[in-house]
Design a binder for this molecule. Structure first.
Ligand SMILES: NC(=O)C1=CN([C@@H]2O[C@H](COP(=O)(O)OP(=O)(O)OC[C@H]3O[C@@H](n4cnc5c(N)ncnc54)[C@H](O)[C@@H]3O)[C@@H](O)[C@H]2O)[C@H](O)CC1
Ligand SMILES: [K+]
Length: 524
């Protein structure tokens, strides 16, 4: 218990983060109302400001040769669409505005903006009350989707869903630009199986929405562009959020430059327990990544058959051999808790029962945060009681299949995030769920999304590299939260640099390590 409180206190004082908050739809409404009251600004003026940003973006990306087809709903998202229409007309675009009758009642701002447009250019307006009202589009038309935004209250059904399908039928013929949200996408709950606009670009106001970061929504937002609309900074600063998006600024607050008087003892001694016959590559990738992440000293515990492989491949690492020839079976006996700052365990480890027994003894003997990955995670899913022996503050790095084996299946991505967060709180550990936007759940309930990385990293050994980086940062005395956020970000950024120079196809996990140095230099 004392260990747990010490850990919380250390965490609190060691990591003061700037970050991008991901607010819920309800909080965004509050931010909107707070801004109107306290800036102060009228609601139509705020809409004018938001729509102005969208019109400017469209103006920068499409010339007046493109006829603009805007589909507006009856709420404020539709109101934005009406203002965009008026502004683009004033800039000389040909604009056609279909008012989708998705509701019997229009919002006051929608009514106001409709009147303004009727006065300005009544001929551009028409009503869409059924699927057959969908217009035929000229070849170079651009579609703007302003049917529904954050005000959606349930999945779209009936003929309005038919309009969404008709917009999606144009996906390969016309650019589709969604205003704030692709219509049909719900910001905070799952939209699985719901009809949603498949946009090429989403111009979203002020904040990322959780929905943009979920793999199940990959087909909908396209490229997301966050347009600041001046929502009140006081609301943003003082309102807590459960979800956050990591960014460079945040990494700069975490990163600790090295001490000019440092020696190799300053940056910790890490132990890597990894490798088995046929999987020594995983151990070597992890070891190299740990060294390139800046660890002071590294020892690798490997099976006997891996000794020469490790010694020849990585002269900077020391090597301890297990009693086992092909598998690590007795690593617990080489652990003197005081010798190592931290441990990374799992890459290429194998899942022999004897390895599980040694892991149990290790978890009982080692009191500090460690990194647990790959086969070590598979062992935890076979022997789940071991989960409760993991030292507080440790980092687990499952990919979705490993996560499912560990904690069970869920029916959608929002449920999976909730399970992720619940388990991190329950076990007082960090759980990093790998993906396009890797989700990092913290023991205090917060979840951070990482936005570096690319599909070139979906290749064997990438995960082993991440384990090495995280182990290296923990050894250097980064608090676990700092280590997991910075390590994940650097791993993705090094992968982005590798892809930029080598292509996503040709890059390998080894290239991520090769670009780690540049990631430190250029990313922080
Ligand atoms: N974020 C901001 O500060 C600003 C946001 N703006 C824009 O306003 C919308 C949110 O507007 P709101 O009126 O609350 O809701 P919507 O227009 O998104 O949707 C309400 C509209 O849709 C109908 N509706 C809801 N669910 C369904 C459904 N399942 N099927 C059919 N119809 C549905 C509902 O009846 C209403 O008619 C935000 O996204 C921004 O675009 C401001 O303009 C600037 C400030
Ligand atoms: K929309």
């Amino acid at each position: 218990m004392i260990r747990f409180f010490m850990f919380l206190i250390l965490e609190y004082f060691s990591v003061q983060l700037s970050n991008m908050k991901i607010f819920t739809a309800a909080q965004i409404r509050e931010a909107d109302a707070f801004t109107i009251k306290n800036e102060p600004i009228s609601s139509p003026q705020l809409m004018e400001r938001a729509a102005g940003k969208c019109a400017a973006w469209i103006g920068e990306h499409y010339s007046q040769q493109h006829p603009i087809y805007i589909f507006c709903g009856k709420g404020n998202n539709g109101g934005d669409g009406l203002v965009i229409a008026r502004m683009l007309q004033q800039q000389g675009y040909t604009v056609s505005v279909g008012i989708v009758q998705n509701s019997s009642k229009a919002s006051p701002d929608h009514i106001l903006q409709l009147q303004a447009l009727q006065k300005h250019s009544p001929s551009s307006l028409y009503e869409i009350g059924y699927i057959t009202d969908f217009p035929a589009l000229p070849a170079n038309a651009v579609i703007v989707d302003a049917i529904i935004g954050t005000g959606i209250n349930k999945p779209i059904e009936g003929w309005v869903a038919g309009i969404i399908h008709q917009i999606n039928d144009q996906h390969h013929k016309h650019p589709i630009i969604a205003i704030d949200m692709p219509s049909g996408l719900m910001a905070d709950v799952s939209s699985r199986h719901a009809p949603v606009v498949q946009a090429h670009h989403t111009l979203s106001f002020e904040f990322y929405k959780l929905a943009f970061l979920l793999p199940e929504n990959a087909a909908f937002p396209g490229q997301v562009h966050i347009l600041p609309i001046g929502l009140h900074p006081e609301y943003i600063t003082h309102t807590p959020a459960r979800y956050h998006l990591s960014d460079k600024e945040m990494m700069r607050t975490i990163y600790q430059p090295r001490d000019p008087f440092a020696h190799k003892g300053t940056y910790g001694h890490a132990l890597l327990i990894a490798g088995s016959y046929g999987k020594m590559g995983a151990a070597i990738l992890s070891a190299k990544a740990c060294l390139h992440a800046g660890v002071g000293l590294l020892s690798c515990h490997v099976p006997q058959s891996g000794y020469q492989i490790m010694q020849i491949s990585e002269p900077c690492a020391m090597c301890i051999t297990d009693e086992g020839t092909d598998y690590n079976t007795h690593f617990h006996s080489s652990i003197d808790a005081s010798s190592y700052k931290t441990i990374g365990i799992g890459p290429g480890l194998g899942t022999q029962p004897v390895t599980a027994r040694s892991m149990e003894l290790l978890l009982e003997a080692f009191p500090r945060p460690m990194v647990i990955d790959a086969d070590a995670l598979n062992l935890l899913s076979v022997y789940p009681y071991l989960l409760y022996k993991i030292p507080a503050g440790s980092i687990l790095t499952p990919h979705p299949k490993e996560f499912e084996r560990l904690f069970g299946a869920t029916t959608n991505d929002v449920e999976r995030l909730e399970l992720l967060s619940k388990q991190a709180v329950k076990l007082q550990i960090y759980i990093l769920l790998k993906g396009r936007y890797t989700a990092i759940a913290c023991p205090d309930g917060a979840v951070y999304f990482n936005n570096t990385g690319n599909p070139g990293m979906a290749t064997g050994g990438s995960g082993d590299v991440l384990t090495g980086i995280l182990t290296g940062l923990l050894a250097q005395d980064y608090a676990p939260k700092a280590a997991v956020l910075l390590g994940t970000w650097l791993h993705g950024f090094a992968g982005d640099l590798a892809a930029a120079h080598l292509s996503q196809e040709a890059m390998t996990a080894s290239d991520i390590i090769s670009y780690l140095g540049k990631a430190f230099q250029e990313g922080l």
